[in-house]
Design a protein around this ligand. Structure first.
Ligand code: ZN
Length: 231
């Protein structure tokens, strides 16, 4: 069997290839890492829907090892509604179907974050300043009702005379409202709802604050986002 010289990889890829070689040497073969034993199969308890953002890797932030989290990542960590016609969002639907139906996860976490570029583009669209076409706009249209929901939430908390451009200063409200919107969509999948009603599955919204490293999570009863603290 031939081999590729690692030196063929330059620029941003050089460090990544170096990392993969070091991982095999120092982790994979060390006996400490579970990965070789997991080659026979996975049985993760958690499915996470995270953002594609390079800064926010759910497994890294949560200290999860191999085999612990089945992860879907997309722009703005969206869950499309259940739509038998398929189309936009089918990769997320397929991952949900596999995670819930085949792997039998016990928890689904929609993992959003602060300073989300996808959510900012959502606000751009609400302000009429987003590009007219493109795949990004088409994808984010899944959550097109979220900016109005965030404005309604701000109005209910006493903020008055708000227009869509006020959302740039309140992006965290939109980010968290978008997570709740994805959870609503999740509950629209009959086989997700069945598992929740059977007590075999729970869905959660998590939001990571890039400014201070704090994790926020939805309260199991009220659904409100609160920072998570050590007991
Ligand atoms: Zn994001």
């Amino acid at each position: 069997m031939g081999a590729l010289d690692a030196d063929l990889f330059t620029g941003s890829l050089a460090a990544l290839v170096e990392g993969a070689l070091a991982f095999r040497k120092n982790e994979y073969r060390s006996g400490r890492n579970l990965m070789p034993r997991l080659a026979a199969g996975q049985r993760p308890g958690v499915l996470m829907i995270g953002c594609s953002d390079s800064r926010v890797d759910p497994a890294l932030i949560c200290g999860a090892g191999p085999g612990e989290v089945f992860t879907v990542r997309n722009v703005a960590n969206l869950v499309p509604p259940c739509d038998a016609g398929g189309g936009r969002g089918d990769s997320v639907r397929a991952a949900l179907e596999y995670g819930v139906g085949t792997l039998g996860v016990s928890h689904i976490v929609v993992f959003g974050h602060a300073h989300c570029g996808g959510v900012r583009a959502m606000i751009d669209a609400a302000c009429g300043t987003a590009p007219e076409s493109g795949f990004l706009g088409s994808w984010l249209a899944i959550a097109s009702t979220v900016p109005a929901q965030a404005l309604a939430e701000l109005a209910a908390s006493g903020r008055t005379d708000l227009t869509a451009d006020a959302l740039y200063a309140c992006a965290a409200v939109v980010e968290r409202r978008s997570i709740l919107h994805s959870i609503d969509n999740l509950c629209g999948y009959p086989w997700v709802r069945e598992q929740i009603e059977a007590g075999a599955l729970a869905v959660h919204g998590w939001w990571f604050d890039l400014d201070d490293g704090r994790l926020w999570a939805t309260h199991p009863e009220t659904g409100a986002f609160l920072p998570v603290e050590s007991a």
